[in-house]
Design a protein around this ligand. Structure first.
Ligand code: A2P
Length: 339
């Protein structure tokens, strides 16, 4: 540890998540001694603010990690595959937000409210789960512990910020163009996203599901260390900028009333219950955006199956679903003297 904190690097610092990682490190007062901001050669010459100081963005190379203790990666899977092992070899602990290592049995996949202890078994790289998985498992955890979970059917309503900065711009430009009577142009998504919903996140696989849908299946099982949980997901991109919403139906092993589920969720870390439908009180992306809590509401019995519960789960996809979760993992290492 440097005198006043750790040497930290953020890879993909100019991106939607990377930029937020810098803010979350600052907001949570993580002990950063020095901060190195890394992106592509295109970003050299830019600066980004950390604690009121402008820091120049540097080009990512294999030599970027000498002396770095903690490296937060969010520049896409191919960059992680290429550079995360080099960073770990140089002695850094990597917390990787990409899909590159999530299902690697040697790499822990961690949501601090669910399986914090897994972070301590790393060999240089820790994976941050998919944004949709993170908020779902935060809400499932207290119910899983109390009643067991056999099956989950989930449909997501995912914000464009999950695709990155250029997708946010695409939605904003399409809305502006349409309102001005101009044609909407799409480059990032296969169709217009403004005023539309696309049940298509990531490539489609031979089984008919999209890659995003299968991430929710595999990652949920890995995080709970329970290969028996059956998950069926439909993931949908919607014209929201920040905040993913999820309709979650679950079948528990033991019966669990909505009242008990509500009480368990009220006492669960990282969760806020917003469940007052009579007064139009339920979680919404506009309320979750900018915060770190997973909001849960519309908790009710699903009468179509035995031991069925239905609920609505919303969180800020780039904070709890990405940047905050990564910094919380670093905090676990810090608390255990493992940085
Ligand atoms: P850059 O801005 O220089 O292209 P987002 O997910 O919001 O699109 O952000 C992606 C992040 O990944 C950006 O910070 C981007 O940097 C970074 N990135 C993309 N390609 C590379 C690369 N070849 N080397 C380093 N960083 C990269």
């Amino acid at each position: 540890m440097a005198q006043n904190g750790f040497k930290v690097a953020v890879v993909g610092a100019t991106g939607a998540v990377g930029n937020l990682m810098i803010k979350v490190l600052e907001q949570r007062a993580f002990p950063v001694g020095s901060l190195k901001l890394l992106a592509s050669a295109r970003s050299v010459g830019k600066t980004l603010a950390f604690r009121g100081v402008e820091i120049p963005v540097e080009e990512l190379t294999e030599d970027s990690f000498n002396d770095i203790r903690l490296a937060l990666f969010s520049a896409g899977g191919s960059i992680s595959k290429k550079f995360a092992p080099a960073a770990a070899r140089a002695g850094a602990v990597v917390i990787d937000n990409s899909n590159a290592f999530r299902m690697d049995p040697a790499v822990p996949l961690v949501v601090p409210e669910v399986n914090p202890e897994a972070a301590l078994s790393h060999s240089g790289i820790i994976a941050n789960p998919n944004c949709s998985t993170i908020q779902m498992v935060v809400a499932l955890k207290p119910l899983y512990d109390a009643a067991g979970i056999r099956r989950v059917v989930v449909t997501t309503f995912q914000a464009v910020s999950g695709t990155g900065k250029r997708a946010i711009e695409e939605l904003q430009n399409q809305v502006a163009d349409i309102m001005q009577g101009r044609e909407a142009v799409h480059r990032i998504y296969p169709h217009q996203i403004a005023f539309n919903c696309l049940p298509h996140i990531g490539p489609f696989l031979d089984n008919g599901f999209s890659e995003e849908e299968m991430k929710m299946v595999h990652e949920t099982r890995k995080i709970f260390e329970d290969s028996r949980i059956r998950v069926c997901a439909t993931t949908v991109r919607v014209p929201v900028i920040y905040g993913h919403s999820e309709s979650v139906n679950l079948e528990t092993e033991k019966p669990l009333s909505p009242e008990d589920a509500r009480m368990l969720l009220k006492n669960a870390p990282g969760v806020r219950v917003v469940d007052d439908p009579a007064n139009a009180g339920y979680p919404m992306p506009l309320d979750a955006a900018g915060g770190d809590l997973t909001l849960v509401g519309r908790i009710r019995t699903d009468p179509s199956v035995e031991n069925g519960l239905a609920m609505w789960v919303v969180a800020d996809n780039i904070r709890k679903g990405a940047a905050t979760n990564a910094v919380q993992i670093a905090e676990i290492l810090l608390q255990h003297g493992r940085l």
